[in-house]
Design a protein around this ligand. Sequence first.
Ligand SMILES: Nc1ncnc2c1ncn2[C@@H]1O[C@H](COP(=O)(O)OP(=O)(O)OP(=O)(O)O)[C@@H](O)[C@H]1O
Ligand SMILES: C[C@@](O)(CCOP(=O)(O)O)CC(=O)O
Length: 460
Amino acid sequence: MATLESKAVSAPGKVFLAGGYLVLDRKYTALVFGLDARIHVCIEPIQTRSGVTLSEIIVKSPQFLEARWEYGYRLTEADGGVAITPLRASHDLSLNKNPFIETTLTYALTYITSRSSNRQIAPSSISILASQAYYSNPGTSKTPDSPFLNFPVTLSGAHKTGLGSSAALVTSFTAALLTYYLPQDAFNIESDEGLRVLHNLSQAAHCAAQGKVGSGFDIASAVYGSCLYRRFSPSLLSALPSPGSAHFASKLRSLVEVADWDTEIHKSAVKMPAGLRLVMCDVDCGSETPGMVKKVLKWREQNQNEADRIWGKLQSGNEAVARELTRLPGVEGAANGAGADKYERLREIIKENRGLIRKMSVASKVPIEPPQQTALLDACSGISGVIGGVVPGAGGYDAVVLLLEDKEEVIAELKKLLAGWKVEASEEDGVQVGKVGILGVREDMVGVKRQDPALYRDWI
Ligand SMILES: Nc1ncnc2c1ncn2[C@@H]1O[C@H](COP(=O)(O)OP(=O)(O)OP(=O)(O)O)[C@@H](O)[C@H]1O
Ligand SMILES: C[C@@](O)(CCOP(=O)(O)O)CC(=O)O
Protein backbone atom coordinates (compact mmCIF):
# COMPACT_ATOMS: atom_id res chain seq x y z
CA MET A 1 0.00 0.00 0.00
CA ALA A 2 1.46 3.37 -0.96
CA THR A 3 1.85 5.88 1.88
CA LEU A 4 -0.79 8.56 1.70
CA GLU A 5 -0.15 12.22 2.34
CA SER A 6 -1.71 14.14 5.26
CA LYS A 7 -4.75 16.19 4.28
CA ALA A 8 -6.95 18.69 6.09
CA VAL A 9 -10.32 20.27 5.44
CA SER A 10 -12.66 22.62 7.30
CA ALA A 11 -16.38 23.39 7.04
CA PRO A 12 -18.37 26.28 8.51
CA GLY A 13 -21.14 26.46 11.09
CA LYS A 14 -24.40 28.19 10.24
CA VAL A 15 -26.97 30.66 11.35
CA PHE A 16 -30.43 30.17 10.01
CA LEU A 17 -31.71 33.69 9.36
CA ALA A 18 -35.07 32.97 7.75
CA GLY A 19 -37.26 30.01 6.85
CA GLY A 20 -37.23 27.89 10.03
CA TYR A 21 -39.98 25.22 9.91
CA LEU A 22 -41.08 26.36 6.43
CA VAL A 23 -37.97 24.80 4.90
CA LEU A 24 -39.11 21.36 6.04
CA ASP A 25 -41.58 21.57 3.12
CA ARG A 26 -40.12 21.81 -0.41
CA LYS A 27 -42.66 24.51 -1.23
CA TYR A 28 -40.63 26.98 0.84
CA THR A 29 -37.01 28.09 1.07
CA ALA A 30 -34.53 29.17 3.76
CA LEU A 31 -31.91 31.85 4.03
CA VAL A 32 -28.83 30.42 5.76
CA PHE A 33 -25.55 32.15 6.49
CA GLY A 34 -22.33 30.24 6.93
CA LEU A 35 -20.13 31.49 9.78
CA ASP A 36 -16.44 32.00 10.30
CA ALA A 37 -16.59 29.35 13.07
CA ARG A 38 -15.35 26.16 11.43
CA ILE A 39 -14.75 22.51 12.25
CA HIS A 40 -11.42 21.26 10.97
CA VAL A 41 -10.49 17.66 10.30
CA CYS A 42 -6.90 16.60 9.70
CA ILE A 43 -6.10 13.06 8.54
CA GLU A 44 -2.69 11.46 8.40
CA PRO A 45 -1.13 8.02 8.08
CA ILE A 46 -0.58 5.96 11.21
CA GLN A 47 3.07 5.21 11.64
CA THR A 48 3.33 1.44 11.99
CA ARG A 49 6.47 -0.62 12.30
CA SER A 50 7.36 -2.12 8.93
CA GLY A 51 5.42 -5.26 8.21
CA VAL A 52 2.69 -4.50 10.77
CA THR A 53 -0.62 -3.48 9.26
CA LEU A 54 -3.57 -2.91 11.52
CA SER A 55 -7.03 -2.24 10.20
CA GLU A 56 -7.52 0.61 12.59
CA ILE A 57 -8.60 4.22 12.41
CA ILE A 58 -8.00 6.46 15.41
CA VAL A 59 -10.10 9.58 15.86
CA LYS A 60 -9.28 12.30 18.40
CA SER A 61 -10.90 15.54 19.41
CA PRO A 62 -7.92 16.81 21.41
CA GLN A 63 -9.64 19.93 22.79
CA PHE A 64 -11.91 17.80 24.99
CA LEU A 65 -11.43 15.28 27.77
CA GLU A 66 -11.86 11.57 26.94
CA ALA A 67 -12.46 12.36 23.29
CA ARG A 68 -10.63 9.52 21.61
CA TRP A 69 -12.25 6.76 19.61
CA GLU A 70 -10.67 3.74 17.97
CA TYR A 71 -12.33 1.78 15.21
CA GLY A 72 -11.65 -1.46 13.40
CA TYR A 73 -13.02 -1.82 9.87
CA ARG A 74 -13.61 -4.55 7.30
CA LEU A 75 -15.29 -4.97 3.98
CA THR A 76 -18.52 -6.96 4.37
CA GLU A 77 -19.96 -9.58 2.04
CA ALA A 78 -22.69 -9.13 -0.55
CA ASP A 79 -21.70 -5.55 -1.34
CA GLY A 80 -22.76 -4.49 2.15
CA GLY A 81 -20.04 -1.81 2.40
CA VAL A 82 -17.50 -1.21 5.16
CA ALA A 83 -18.41 -2.29 8.69
CA ILE A 84 -16.97 -0.19 11.49
CA THR A 85 -16.37 -1.68 14.93
CA PRO A 86 -15.64 0.58 17.90
CA LEU A 87 -12.67 -0.78 19.84
CA ARG A 88 -12.03 -0.46 23.56
CA ALA A 89 -8.61 0.81 24.53
CA SER A 90 -8.81 -1.64 27.45
CA HIS A 91 -11.40 -4.12 28.78
CA ASP A 92 -11.97 -1.96 31.86
CA LEU A 93 -13.03 1.03 29.85
CA SER A 94 -16.60 1.49 28.78
CA LEU A 95 -17.24 2.22 25.12
CA ASN A 96 -17.30 5.92 24.51
CA LYS A 97 -19.63 6.29 21.51
CA ASN A 98 -19.77 9.11 18.99
CA PRO A 99 -22.52 8.21 16.51
CA PHE A 100 -21.65 11.10 14.19
CA ILE A 101 -18.09 9.85 13.75
CA GLU A 102 -19.03 6.18 13.54
CA THR A 103 -21.76 6.69 10.95
CA THR A 104 -19.70 9.11 8.88
CA LEU A 105 -16.83 6.60 8.79
CA THR A 106 -19.24 3.86 7.69
CA TYR A 107 -20.76 5.94 4.89
CA ALA A 108 -17.57 7.59 3.64
CA LEU A 109 -15.41 4.42 3.68
CA THR A 110 -18.20 2.49 1.96
CA TYR A 111 -18.36 5.13 -0.76
CA ILE A 112 -14.55 5.20 -1.08
CA THR A 113 -14.27 1.41 -1.49
CA SER A 114 -17.09 1.46 -4.03
CA ARG A 115 -14.99 3.93 -6.08
CA SER A 116 -11.62 2.20 -5.85
CA SER A 117 -10.31 -0.74 -7.81
CA ASN A 118 -7.98 -1.47 -4.90
CA ARG A 119 -10.45 -1.74 -2.05
CA GLN A 120 -7.85 -1.67 0.72
CA ILE A 121 -8.18 1.12 3.26
CA ALA A 122 -4.89 2.05 4.93
CA PRO A 123 -5.00 2.81 8.67
CA SER A 124 -5.10 6.48 9.58
CA SER A 125 -5.28 8.92 12.44
CA ILE A 126 -7.86 11.69 12.34
CA SER A 127 -7.98 14.84 14.50
CA ILE A 128 -10.94 17.17 14.92
CA LEU A 129 -10.52 20.82 15.92
CA ALA A 130 -13.40 23.21 16.41
CA SER A 131 -13.48 27.00 16.63
CA GLN A 132 -14.17 28.34 20.09
CA ALA A 133 -17.60 29.80 19.26
CA TYR A 134 -19.25 26.36 19.00
CA TYR A 135 -19.11 26.01 22.78
CA SER A 136 -19.72 28.53 25.52
CA ASN A 137 -17.53 26.76 28.11
CA PRO A 138 -14.52 28.85 29.11
CA GLY A 139 -11.43 27.46 27.41
CA THR A 140 -7.70 27.96 27.79
CA SER A 141 -5.17 28.63 25.07
CA LYS A 142 -2.55 26.01 24.49
CA THR A 143 -0.16 28.33 22.68
CA PRO A 144 -0.44 32.11 22.30
CA ASP A 145 -1.34 32.02 18.62
CA SER A 146 -3.38 28.83 18.29
CA PRO A 147 -6.88 29.53 16.94
CA PHE A 148 -8.24 26.64 19.03
CA LEU A 149 -8.84 26.31 22.77
CA ASN A 150 -8.62 23.50 25.28
CA PHE A 151 -11.93 22.84 27.03
CA PRO A 152 -11.72 21.18 30.44
CA VAL A 153 -14.86 19.08 29.83
CA THR A 154 -15.98 15.99 27.94
CA LEU A 155 -17.96 16.52 24.72
CA SER A 156 -21.18 15.55 26.44
CA GLY A 157 -20.46 18.17 29.12
CA ALA A 158 -19.77 20.90 26.56
CA HIS A 159 -22.39 23.62 26.24
CA LYS A 160 -23.18 23.98 22.53
CA THR A 161 -24.06 27.40 21.17
CA GLY A 162 -26.20 25.97 18.36
CA LEU A 163 -23.96 26.68 15.37
CA GLY A 164 -24.48 23.24 13.84
CA SER A 165 -21.41 21.42 15.11
CA SER A 166 -22.58 17.98 14.01
CA ALA A 167 -23.28 19.08 10.41
CA ALA A 168 -19.93 20.90 10.11
CA LEU A 169 -18.24 17.84 11.62
CA VAL A 170 -19.93 15.31 9.30
CA THR A 171 -19.16 17.49 6.27
CA SER A 172 -15.50 18.15 7.03
CA PHE A 173 -14.95 14.56 8.21
CA THR A 174 -16.44 13.18 4.98
CA ALA A 175 -14.49 15.67 2.86
CA ALA A 176 -11.22 14.82 4.65
CA LEU A 177 -11.70 11.06 4.16
CA LEU A 178 -12.59 11.41 0.47
CA THR A 179 -9.71 13.83 -0.18
CA TYR A 180 -7.26 11.53 1.59
CA TYR A 181 -8.26 8.15 0.22
CA LEU A 182 -9.37 9.00 -3.33
CA PRO A 183 -7.08 10.36 -6.04
CA GLN A 184 -7.73 14.00 -6.96
CA ASP A 185 -9.18 13.10 -10.36
CA ALA A 186 -11.80 10.96 -8.56
CA PHE A 187 -12.70 13.53 -5.88
CA ASN A 188 -11.86 17.20 -5.58
CA ILE A 189 -13.69 19.61 -3.26
CA GLU A 190 -12.60 22.45 -5.49
CA SER A 191 -14.87 21.18 -8.30
CA ASP A 192 -18.67 21.40 -8.68
CA GLU A 193 -18.90 17.64 -9.01
CA GLY A 194 -16.83 17.14 -5.83
CA LEU A 195 -19.15 19.47 -3.90
CA ARG A 196 -22.24 17.69 -5.24
CA VAL A 197 -20.89 14.27 -4.15
CA LEU A 198 -19.84 15.67 -0.77
CA HIS A 199 -23.25 17.27 -0.21
CA ASN A 200 -25.23 14.13 -1.08
CA LEU A 201 -23.02 11.78 0.93
CA SER A 202 -22.91 14.09 3.97
CA GLN A 203 -26.71 14.52 3.92
CA ALA A 204 -27.15 10.73 3.88
CA ALA A 205 -24.63 10.20 6.73
CA HIS A 206 -25.98 13.06 8.86
CA CYS A 207 -29.58 11.84 8.58
CA ALA A 208 -28.49 8.30 9.51
CA ALA A 209 -26.46 9.54 12.50
CA GLN A 210 -29.28 11.77 13.75
CA GLY A 211 -31.84 9.03 13.23
CA LYS A 212 -34.13 11.48 11.44
CA VAL A 213 -34.42 13.34 8.17
CA GLY A 214 -34.38 17.09 8.83
CA SER A 215 -34.38 19.70 6.08
CA GLY A 216 -30.61 19.37 5.64
CA PHE A 217 -30.00 23.16 5.59
CA ASP A 218 -27.06 22.77 7.99
CA ILE A 219 -25.21 20.31 5.74
CA ALA A 220 -25.97 22.48 2.68
CA SER A 221 -24.39 25.52 4.34
CA ALA A 222 -21.44 23.48 5.66
CA VAL A 223 -20.72 22.43 2.05
CA TYR A 224 -21.65 25.56 0.09
CA GLY A 225 -21.49 28.35 2.69
CA SER A 226 -24.17 31.06 2.79
CA CYS A 227 -27.05 30.24 0.44
CA LEU A 228 -30.73 30.24 -0.31
CA TYR A 229 -31.79 26.62 0.21
CA ARG A 230 -34.64 24.42 -0.92
CA ARG A 231 -34.55 20.96 0.64
CA PHE A 232 -34.36 17.56 -1.07
CA SER A 233 -37.35 15.23 -1.12
CA PRO A 234 -37.04 13.00 1.96
CA SER A 235 -38.14 9.99 -0.15
CA LEU A 236 -34.70 10.08 -1.83
CA LEU A 237 -33.20 8.44 1.25
CA SER A 238 -35.89 5.87 1.88
CA ALA A 239 -34.64 3.30 -0.66
CA LEU A 240 -31.19 3.08 0.94
CA PRO A 241 -30.70 -0.24 2.79
CA SER A 242 -28.99 -0.15 6.17
CA PRO A 243 -25.18 -0.42 6.31
CA GLY A 244 -23.95 -3.99 6.09
CA SER A 245 -27.05 -5.29 4.33
CA ALA A 246 -26.88 -6.57 0.75
CA HIS A 247 -26.08 -3.92 -1.89
CA PHE A 248 -25.71 -1.08 0.58
CA ALA A 249 -22.43 -0.05 -1.14
CA SER A 250 -23.70 0.16 -4.71
CA LYS A 251 -27.00 1.72 -3.63
CA LEU A 252 -25.14 4.36 -1.61
CA ARG A 253 -22.89 5.14 -4.58
CA SER A 254 -25.83 5.44 -6.90
CA LEU A 255 -27.74 7.62 -4.39
CA VAL A 256 -24.72 9.93 -4.14
CA GLU A 257 -23.78 10.08 -7.81
CA VAL A 258 -26.79 9.21 -9.94
CA ALA A 259 -30.01 9.89 -8.02
CA ASP A 260 -31.93 12.97 -9.00
CA TRP A 261 -31.41 15.21 -5.95
CA ASP A 262 -33.94 18.01 -6.12
CA THR A 263 -32.06 20.22 -3.63
CA GLU A 264 -31.76 23.83 -4.79
CA ILE A 265 -28.84 25.92 -3.59
CA HIS A 266 -28.48 29.49 -4.77
CA LYS A 267 -25.34 31.21 -3.61
CA SER A 268 -25.96 34.40 -5.55
CA ALA A 269 -29.33 34.95 -3.83
CA VAL A 270 -27.57 35.71 -0.53
CA LYS A 271 -25.18 38.52 0.25
CA MET A 272 -24.11 40.70 3.13
CA PRO A 273 -24.21 44.35 2.08
CA ALA A 274 -21.06 46.37 2.60
CA GLY A 275 -20.98 47.92 6.05
CA LEU A 276 -23.34 45.38 7.67
CA ARG A 277 -22.66 42.21 9.62
CA LEU A 278 -24.38 39.56 11.69
CA VAL A 279 -23.89 39.24 15.43
CA MET A 280 -24.98 36.15 17.31
CA CYS A 281 -26.03 36.28 20.93
CA ASP A 282 -26.16 33.28 23.21
CA VAL A 283 -28.84 33.51 25.90
CA ASP A 284 -28.24 31.65 29.11
CA CYS A 285 -31.62 30.17 29.92
CA GLY A 286 -31.22 26.55 30.98
CA SER A 287 -34.40 25.83 29.09
CA GLU A 288 -34.66 23.66 26.04
CA THR A 289 -38.03 23.13 24.52
CA PRO A 290 -38.14 19.59 23.23
CA GLY A 291 -40.41 18.63 20.37
CA MET A 292 -40.87 22.13 18.92
CA VAL A 293 -40.70 20.87 15.34
CA LYS A 294 -43.24 18.11 16.00
CA LYS A 295 -45.64 20.55 17.67
CA VAL A 296 -45.43 23.13 14.90
CA LEU A 297 -46.01 20.49 12.24
CA LYS A 298 -48.97 19.09 14.15
CA TRP A 299 -50.48 22.58 14.44
CA ARG A 300 -50.00 23.03 10.70
CA GLU A 301 -51.69 19.72 9.95
CA GLN A 302 -54.68 20.60 12.11
CA ASN A 303 -54.95 24.21 10.96
CA GLN A 304 -53.96 23.99 7.32
CA ASN A 305 -55.64 27.20 6.15
CA GLU A 306 -54.35 29.42 8.90
CA ALA A 307 -50.86 27.88 8.66
CA ASP A 308 -50.77 28.24 4.86
CA ARG A 309 -51.74 31.87 5.19
CA ILE A 310 -48.98 32.66 7.71
CA TRP A 311 -46.37 30.56 5.90
CA GLY A 312 -47.22 32.12 2.53
CA LYS A 313 -46.70 35.61 3.96
CA LEU A 314 -43.53 34.56 5.77
CA GLN A 315 -42.10 33.04 2.59
CA SER A 316 -42.70 36.35 0.76
CA GLY A 317 -41.13 38.22 3.68
CA ASN A 318 -38.11 35.92 3.72
CA GLU A 319 -37.65 36.34 -0.03
CA ALA A 320 -37.88 40.10 0.49
CA VAL A 321 -35.05 39.98 3.05
CA ALA A 322 -32.84 38.07 0.60
CA ARG A 323 -33.74 40.49 -2.21
CA GLU A 324 -33.00 43.53 -0.12
CA LEU A 325 -29.67 42.12 1.13
CA THR A 326 -28.56 41.50 -2.45
CA ARG A 327 -29.97 44.81 -3.74
CA LEU A 328 -27.93 46.92 -1.33
CA PRO A 329 -24.41 47.63 -2.54
CA GLY A 330 -21.96 44.88 -1.68
CA VAL A 331 -18.33 45.27 -0.67
CA GLU A 332 -17.33 45.88 -4.29
CA GLY A 333 -19.86 48.71 -4.82
CA ALA A 334 -19.55 50.33 -1.39
CA ALA A 335 -18.67 53.98 -1.23
CA ASN A 336 -21.37 56.52 -0.49
CA GLY A 337 -23.19 55.83 2.72
CA ALA A 338 -24.69 59.19 3.48
CA GLY A 339 -28.25 60.30 2.94
CA ALA A 340 -31.57 58.88 4.02
CA ASP A 341 -31.63 55.65 6.01
CA LYS A 342 -30.79 53.16 3.28
CA TYR A 343 -31.69 50.29 5.59
CA GLU A 344 -35.26 51.46 6.19
CA ARG A 345 -36.81 48.81 3.96
CA LEU A 346 -34.74 46.03 5.56
CA ARG A 347 -35.81 47.23 9.00
CA GLU A 348 -39.47 47.13 7.95
CA ILE A 349 -39.31 43.67 6.38
CA ILE A 350 -37.58 42.16 9.43
CA LYS A 351 -40.16 43.72 11.74
CA GLU A 352 -43.05 42.35 9.64
CA ASN A 353 -41.49 38.89 9.52
CA ARG A 354 -41.11 38.88 13.29
CA GLY A 355 -44.79 39.71 13.59
CA LEU A 356 -45.62 36.65 11.48
CA ILE A 357 -43.31 34.45 13.53
CA ARG A 358 -45.05 35.62 16.70
CA LYS A 359 -48.40 34.84 15.10
CA MET A 360 -47.17 31.31 14.38
CA SER A 361 -45.87 31.06 17.99
CA VAL A 362 -49.20 32.06 19.49
CA ALA A 363 -51.29 29.93 17.14
CA SER A 364 -49.15 26.80 17.58
CA LYS A 365 -48.48 27.45 21.29
CA VAL A 366 -44.77 26.88 20.63
CA PRO A 367 -42.32 29.49 22.04
CA ILE A 368 -40.64 30.27 18.69
CA GLU A 369 -40.31 33.96 19.55
CA PRO A 370 -41.42 33.93 23.20
CA PRO A 371 -42.04 37.24 25.06
CA GLN A 372 -38.56 37.19 26.64
CA GLN A 373 -37.00 37.13 23.16
CA THR A 374 -39.40 39.79 21.91
CA ALA A 375 -38.19 42.08 24.70
CA LEU A 376 -34.54 41.36 23.92
CA LEU A 377 -34.93 41.79 20.14
CA ASP A 378 -36.91 45.01 20.56
CA ALA A 379 -34.30 46.45 22.90
CA CYS A 380 -31.42 45.51 20.57
CA SER A 381 -33.28 46.86 17.54
CA GLY A 382 -33.67 50.18 19.37
CA ILE A 383 -29.89 50.75 19.33
CA SER A 384 -28.80 53.15 16.64
CA GLY A 385 -27.02 51.14 13.93
CA VAL A 386 -28.88 47.87 14.64
CA ILE A 387 -31.11 47.07 11.64
CA GLY A 388 -33.02 44.29 13.37
CA GLY A 389 -32.82 40.75 14.63
CA VAL A 390 -34.64 37.42 14.77
CA VAL A 391 -34.67 34.16 16.69
CA PRO A 392 -32.59 31.87 14.47
CA GLY A 393 -33.71 28.47 13.16
CA ALA A 394 -36.32 26.78 15.28
CA GLY A 395 -36.32 29.74 17.68
CA GLY A 396 -36.78 29.31 21.42
CA TYR A 397 -35.12 30.99 24.36
CA ASP A 398 -31.44 30.37 23.74
CA ALA A 399 -30.22 32.63 20.92
CA VAL A 400 -30.87 35.71 18.82
CA VAL A 401 -29.14 36.91 15.68
CA LEU A 402 -28.79 40.60 14.88
CA LEU A 403 -28.10 42.44 11.66
CA LEU A 404 -26.19 45.63 12.33
CA GLU A 405 -23.78 48.21 11.02
CA ASP A 406 -20.26 46.91 11.29
CA LYS A 407 -18.98 49.72 13.52
CA GLU A 408 -17.21 49.57 16.84
CA GLU A 409 -19.57 52.09 18.44
CA VAL A 410 -22.62 49.97 17.55
CA ILE A 411 -21.09 46.84 19.11
CA ALA A 412 -20.08 48.91 22.16
CA GLU A 413 -23.69 50.10 22.64
CA LEU A 414 -24.93 46.55 22.20
CA LYS A 415 -22.48 45.25 24.80
CA LYS A 416 -23.62 47.95 27.21
CA LEU A 417 -27.26 46.93 26.76
CA LEU A 418 -26.55 43.22 27.14
CA ALA A 419 -24.37 43.69 30.22
CA GLY A 420 -27.37 44.99 32.09
CA TRP A 421 -29.92 42.69 30.47
CA LYS A 422 -32.25 40.94 32.84
CA VAL A 423 -35.80 39.85 32.23
CA GLU A 424 -37.95 38.57 35.04
CA ALA A 425 -39.61 35.19 34.58
CA SER A 426 -42.61 35.65 32.37
CA GLU A 427 -45.84 34.78 34.10
CA GLU A 428 -47.14 32.37 31.48
CA ASP A 429 -44.13 30.14 30.92
CA GLY A 430 -41.98 30.73 34.00
CA VAL A 431 -38.77 30.64 31.94
CA GLN A 432 -36.04 32.72 33.54
CA VAL A 433 -33.66 34.25 31.05
CA GLY A 434 -30.15 34.94 32.32
CA LYS A 435 -27.00 36.47 30.89
CA VAL A 436 -26.80 37.27 27.18
CA GLY A 437 -23.36 36.99 25.60
CA ILE A 438 -22.02 37.92 22.18
CA LEU A 439 -20.40 35.04 20.31
CA GLY A 440 -17.12 35.70 18.55
CA VAL A 441 -18.47 34.89 15.09
CA ARG A 442 -19.73 36.61 11.99
CA GLU A 443 -21.09 35.58 8.61
CA ASP A 444 -18.80 34.10 6.00
CA MET A 445 -19.75 33.19 2.47
CA VAL A 446 -17.25 30.34 2.05
CA GLY A 447 -18.21 26.68 2.45
CA VAL A 448 -15.93 23.69 2.80
CA LYS A 449 -12.26 24.29 2.02
CA ARG A 450 -8.86 22.60 2.05
CA GLN A 451 -6.49 23.54 4.83
CA ASP A 452 -2.79 23.13 5.37
CA PRO A 453 -2.18 20.21 7.80
CA ALA A 454 0.66 22.26 9.35
CA LEU A 455 -1.98 24.46 11.01
CA TYR A 456 -2.67 21.70 13.56
CA ARG A 457 0.94 20.87 14.46
CA ASP A 458 0.52 21.92 18.12
CA TRP A 459 -2.52 19.71 18.57
CA ILE A 460 -1.70 16.42 16.91
N1 LIG B 1 -15.48 18.92 18.37
C1 LIG B 1 -16.15 17.78 18.24
N2 LIG B 1 -15.50 16.59 18.24
C2 LIG B 1 -16.17 15.43 18.09
N3 LIG B 1 -17.49 15.34 17.99
C3 LIG B 1 -18.20 16.47 18.02
C4 LIG B 1 -17.58 17.75 18.13
N4 LIG B 1 -18.55 18.70 18.13
C5 LIG B 1 -19.72 18.05 18.00
N5 LIG B 1 -19.52 16.71 17.93
C6 LIG B 1 -20.55 15.67 17.79
O1 LIG B 1 -21.76 16.29 17.43
C7 LIG B 1 -22.74 16.10 18.50
C8 LIG B 1 -23.61 17.35 18.62
O2 LIG B 1 -24.56 17.30 17.61
P1 LIG B 1 -26.01 17.94 17.71
O3 LIG B 1 -26.69 17.69 16.42
O4 LIG B 1 -26.62 17.50 19.00
O5 LIG B 1 -25.62 19.45 17.90
P2 LIG B 1 -25.41 20.62 16.91
O6 LIG B 1 -25.22 20.13 15.53
O7 LIG B 1 -24.32 21.48 17.46
O8 LIG B 1 -26.80 21.31 17.12
P3 LIG B 1 -27.51 22.59 16.50
O9 LIG B 1 -28.16 22.14 15.21
O10 LIG B 1 -28.48 22.97 17.55
O11 LIG B 1 -26.47 23.61 16.24
C9 LIG B 1 -21.90 15.81 19.73
O12 LIG B 1 -22.64 15.05 20.64
C10 LIG B 1 -20.75 15.01 19.14
O13 LIG B 1 -21.13 13.68 18.89
C1 LIG C 1 -37.01 23.91 12.55
C2 LIG C 1 -35.99 23.70 11.46
O1 LIG C 1 -36.51 24.19 10.23
C3 LIG C 1 -34.72 24.50 11.73
C4 LIG C 1 -33.94 24.15 12.95
O2 LIG C 1 -32.82 25.00 13.01
P1 LIG C 1 -31.81 25.10 14.24
O3 LIG C 1 -31.32 23.70 14.50
O4 LIG C 1 -32.59 25.70 15.37
O5 LIG C 1 -30.72 26.03 13.73
C5 LIG C 1 -35.69 22.20 11.33
C6 LIG C 1 -34.96 21.81 10.04
O6 LIG C 1 -34.91 22.62 9.10
O7 LIG C 1 -34.46 20.68 9.96
